[in-house]
Ligand binder design. Sequence first.
Ligand SMILES: [Zn+2]
Length: 281
Amino acid sequence: MKFDGVNKIENGGGSKNRQEDNKMEKIPENVEIAVLGGVGFNSYQEFESRLVSTPYGEVTVYLTTVRGKKVVVIPRHAGENHIPPHRINYRANIWAVYSIGAKRVISTNSVGSMRGHPVGSFVVLNDFIDFTRNRPSTFYDDKTVHVDVSEPYCPEIRIALRGALEKQGLPYTEGIYACTEGPRFETRAEIRMMNQFADVVGMTGVPEVSLAKELSLCYASLAIITNQACGMTTQKLTADEVTEVVGKAQDAIFEIVSDTIENIPETRNCRCRFAKDGACL
Ligand SMILES: [Zn+2]
């Protein structure tokens, strides 16, 4: 199962030359954890990079070691230009994690608060509501697979995230994530509707979370509050303030994710690995 992507690239004709194949073969076999989003790993471009081919396209991953554990970092918005949330190749990113052999995904997401959380505080996501519209959201287009998402975010990684936040003495809550299609921000009316049943709103967490489930991976998300959602304050929302808050929080996020990586148990005792049991028709 490991290095599935290597076979895929060779069979699928995605590789361009021998050099790229060699680069891919060098991905260490013991990569256990993927960090998706890359916030806090702003120096990732200095890490060793590898090109992973997937049936959905190529993904550049960055290899590093955190607290003695091999980790891949996949920056969601990477590319020559910042890839907007509705154009991110979520399937390729999650397939790359899977094909490398990593079983755990720690995702970082910037979110707007619909509950007045302080800007710069953190939310460990515990459920989600999907308002996306135009994103390929499954690996199973040719057969029927109804994957169970009654516990979408891995309980073991969530415990590790909470432990890391507590160790750092950082304010956090747990909460429900509403994912919108974007790229525009939400309207006041949309926020009034969504804050009836969700705590924070963002554009990048779905379908990543359910795609991870479809491949029986453990996936959890650390959300950082970058702004108050539309209508929660009198101020206009700007993308600049989001970037500014994330920039200031880089060091804190790096420490939280590093502690989380250290705290995750060696073996998986959660039920994530059975996500597909009974799911296939
Ligand atoms: Zn799990």
